[in-house]
Structures are given as C-alpha cells and as structure tokens.
Ligand binder design. Structure first.
Ligand SMILES: C[S@@+](CC[C@H](N)C(=O)[O-])C[C@H]1O[C@@H](n2cnc3c(N)ncnc32)[C@H](O)[C@@H]1O
Length: 179
C-alpha cells in the first residue's frame, strides 16, 4: 500500500465512523428516501407553494434537491446534523442545486419552525414524538407536514399515499389545525 492509498482508506474509515457514531447518537441513519417517495412527497405539496419548505434531517440531499427544482418560487431549507451527509449534500447543491436551496448543518431541535409553510421529514418513531410537541408549539395553522413512513401519534392525516413498493410505504400528509 502506498501513501496515497493509505490516505484514501483513512478518510473513508473516518467518514464511516462519523456516519455510524452520528446515526447512533441521533437514532437514525442517513438512509435516503426512494425515488417513489420523493415523487409522492412532491405530489403532496401544492404546485403554487411560495413559502418556506423545511426538510428536517435532509441527509444526502435526495429530497431537498428535487424539492428545489419542483418549487422554484419556494425557499427550500434542509437541516442535517450528520457531517458527511451534510457535506455531500452541500457539494451536490453547489454543483447542481437551484439558488432557492439552503442546507445547513444543525440540529433541527434547535431551530424555529415558525415561518414554515411545509415541513417534510423521514425520521423514526421517537423523532416523531419529539417533533409532535414542537409542531404544536411552533407551526402556524394550515402548515403542511409530510412524513415518509412514520405517523404523528394522535394526529389524523388528511391524506395517506401508499407507495407501490415492497413495504407499501405510507407517505402521510397532515395539516396543522386552527388554534
Ligand atoms: C432517514 S434520513 C432522511 C434523509 C432525507 N430527508 C431523505 O428523505 O432522503 C434521516 C436524517 O435525519 C438526520 N437527523 C436525525 N435527527 C436529526 C436532528 N435532530 N437534527 C438534524 N438532523 C437529524 C439524520 O442524520 C439522517 O440523515
């Protein structure tokens, strides 16, 4: 093995360790939404949306990039805590991302969702429990919430899209009720 090989392997190992440790810490790996899920998420959002669309835990950018292309009048904000997926999504956005896309490295627990028009997420049951309380506190009435796979306990979805895949994956669409 030469020095170049050793450096490449060292970087790959460090990246892998970073992904594994962050996944264990936050409770979920950066598994991307499938192409079918991306399309269903886009179809669940009104075409004329002009406000702020969040992807909470934006991973490698697989949802924020198509969202930014599909909703050119909206502002898309991805929030990702894991360093490597965030860095890759930043590179993807700078190479091919539209200018209405912003991806920040942060914990979504620490950001305000008050100005959101749409919130998208693909998380895990405990993450949804945390968000349920945050949504109640911060989201305006009528805000749309689109969740890949995981439901919001105690909320009635206004639509459930069932994907034509082996898991029959549900995509839930909720609307924040009036106060
Ligand atoms: C299953 S992936 C979904 C990625 C992307 N939204 C998609 O659908 O392709 C979930 C992502 O949420 C991130 N995540 C989990 N908890 C988070 C938190 N508190 N703040 C920011 N990101 C978080 C994880 O690091 C992971 O990349």
């Amino acid at each position: 093995m030469n020095a170049f090989d050793a450096i490449v392997i060292g970087f790959a190992l460090a990246a892998l360790i970073s992904i594994v440790f962050t996944s264990l810490r936050v409770g979920i790996s950066p598994m991307p939404s499938s192409r079918k899920a991306q399309q269903a998420i886009i179809s669940a959002i009104p075409q004329n949306t002009e406000g702020l669309i969040f992807d909470l835990g934006s991973g490698w950018g697989n949802v924020v990039l198509p969202l930014a292309r599909s909703f050119p009048l909206a502002t898309i904000r991805g929030v990702e805590v894991s360093l490597i997926p965030w860095a890759v999504s930043q590179i993807r956005a700078s190479l091919s991302g539209p200018s209405n896309l912003n991806i920040e490295r942060d914990n979504f627990q620490d950001i305000s969702l008050e100005s959101a028009e749409v919130v998208v997420c693909y998380l895990f049951p405990e993450g949804m429990t945390f968000l349920e309380a945050k949504f109640k506190k911060e989201l305006k009435p009528n805000t749309l919430i689109i969740s890949n796979t995981f439901r919001l306990a105690g909320w009635e979805p206004e639509e459930v899209i069932t994907l034509d895949d082996i898991h029959q994956t549900p995509i839930y669409r909720y609307r924040v009720p009036p106060k």
